[in-house]
Design a protein around this ligand. Structure first.
Ligand code: ZN
Length: 441
């Protein structure tokens, strides 16, 4: 497996990196994010996905629980009825966030679960027990399905199971075995999938539209086109050329930003833009809008600022490209770009207004009338414009007696030099080269 720090990020695979980060943080915060990476053979999509296993953070589970029970919210048949004190007695442990793969040759029993033959045939203590499959063991982690289009084509029953896992948040799985009671488990895992839409049997949306729609995001992965990137990829193959610190930095970032998700607020403007995309463009599936909203909140936490219209444009492309035709997608992106332009204009005039207003106001007045009162200062995630506004406000209230915080260029007293400037070529040598003794005078 390639080292994550070795994988070169470029324009053609940048969206995949970004969506991976969003999905990992979402998984940590019990908000699974399913994505599907599509691209030709050799674009490195599976390499990137498998390498991302190294940046997965740790999760805490009840000690030894194969179902990865969260000590705060135990869900498995052994632990779900236990009290907090009983769970405390069992103890907790940190494990790597699960990352399990489902291959095109997988069978239903191996991915869901089956009778544990070892236990049932034990001479000393025969016991009817379940051997957990890939999906229940991936609870609170990642399930990677390579060649999902082939699976949907040749194993419709596995596609049905995936539909259940991805259908609701959390999803569910039913484990049935003759002679054993049926076990229904909630499953909270992010499904990552990859496929080449140009190879048999074709794009997933043509084979199983319902399954394609379950993916919050679909990203296109393309080959690098720049020579410099190719050079970096070739250079990166030598062991010494990558920095392992990057992996630790990524893991820390997820740990630090996990709690910040609850602090991210979507602005009313963004919410109304999303509502209008849904209504005005007649979107069939509400899932796309939910995906953009969830993605924006997680992205906001990762960036430690309020998501803006640019983030919405990126997420809308990923959330819609597998759900609507390209004409409709282009129209929506065009509409979002127009809104972006409109917002930028509005923000520009807002800044100008803030500058003019702050010049007029006395410090007491501006204190009363700050954006802090509208709650923006309480929000730790300010976008650059909000940051600027809050900076301006703070500055005006922090300097009593001087309410001026910026200087209007028109009000600056500019004195012109006494003589008009002359080009150096027009001067005599003696006019611009002075001897030492002349300077001393
Ligand atoms: Zn458990």
């Amino acid at each position: 497996m390639k080292n994550f720090a070795q994988v070169v990020r470029h324009q053609g695979n940048d969206s995949l990196f970004e969506i991976i980060d969003i999905s990992i943080l979402g998984t940590m915060a019990s908000m699974p994010v399913h994505f599907h990476a599509e691209g030709f053979r050799g674009t490195g999509k599976t390499t990137i996905i498998r390498a991302a296993k190294q940046i997965l953070p740790k999760i805490e589970r009840i000690k030894g629980c194969e179902y990865n029970c969260d000590p705060q919210r135990p869900h498995c048949p052994h632990h779900r009825h236990l009290s907090a004190i009983e769970i405390e007695k069992l103890g907790v442990e940190l494990i790597d966030m699960p990352f399990l793969e489902i291959s095109p040759s997988a069978k239903k029993g191996t991915i869901v679960g089956s009778i544990d033959l070892k236990k049932i045939t034990s001479k000393d203590n025969p016991e009817a027990a379940l051997l957990l499959g890939t999906i229940p063991r991936a609870h609170r982690g990642i399930i990677f399905v390579d060649e999902i289009n082939r699976i949907a084509d040749i194993s419709p029953e596995i596609a049905d199971i995936l539909l259940d896992v991805m259908g609701t948040k959390p999803g569910r799985i039913q484990i049935e075995e003759v002679g054993l009671p049926t076990v229904v488990l909630p499953i909270q895992a992010s499904v990552w999938a990859a496929s080449n839409p140009d190879e048999e049997p074709g794009p997933l949306e043509d084979i199983r539209r319902q399954l394609s729609d379950r993916f919050d995001f679909a990203v296109k992965v393309e080959r690098p086109m720049e020579i410099a990137v190719l050079k970096r990829i070739l250079d990166g193959n030598s062991e010494s050329s990558f920095d392992n610190k990057l992996i630790e930095v990524k893991k820390d970032k997820f740990e630090q930003t996990k709690k910040k998700i609850s602090e991210v607020i979507l602005s009313e403007e963004i919410k109304s833009i999303l509502a209008s995309v849904y209504v005005d463009f007649g979107l069939e599936s509400l899932r796309s809008i939910e995906a953009i909203t969830r993605g924006a909140i997680i992205k906001g936490a990762l960036m430690e600022k309020s998501p803006d219209i640019e983030d919405i444009v990126f997420l809308a492309k990923c959330a819609l490209r597998h759900r609507i035709d390209s004409k409709n997608l282009n129209d929506i992106i065009k509409y979002l770009e127009q809104r972006r332009h409109h917002i930028e204009k509005k923000q520009e005039s807002l800044i100008n207004m803030a500058i003019v207003e702050s010049e007029k106001e006395s410090p007491q007045q501006s204190k009363k009338n700050t954006i802090g009162d509208s709650g923006l200062l309480q929000n730790r995630f300010l976008n650059p414009i909000e940051k600027l506004l809050s900076y301006l406000t703070k500055k005006s209230s922090a300097s009593p007696g001087d309410s001026r915080i910026t200087i209007d260029p028109k009000k600056i007293d500019i004195k012109a030099p006494s003589k008009k400037a002359q080009s150096i070529k027009q001067l005599e040598l003696k006019d611009y080269v002075k001897k030492e003794e002349e300077l001393r005078k």
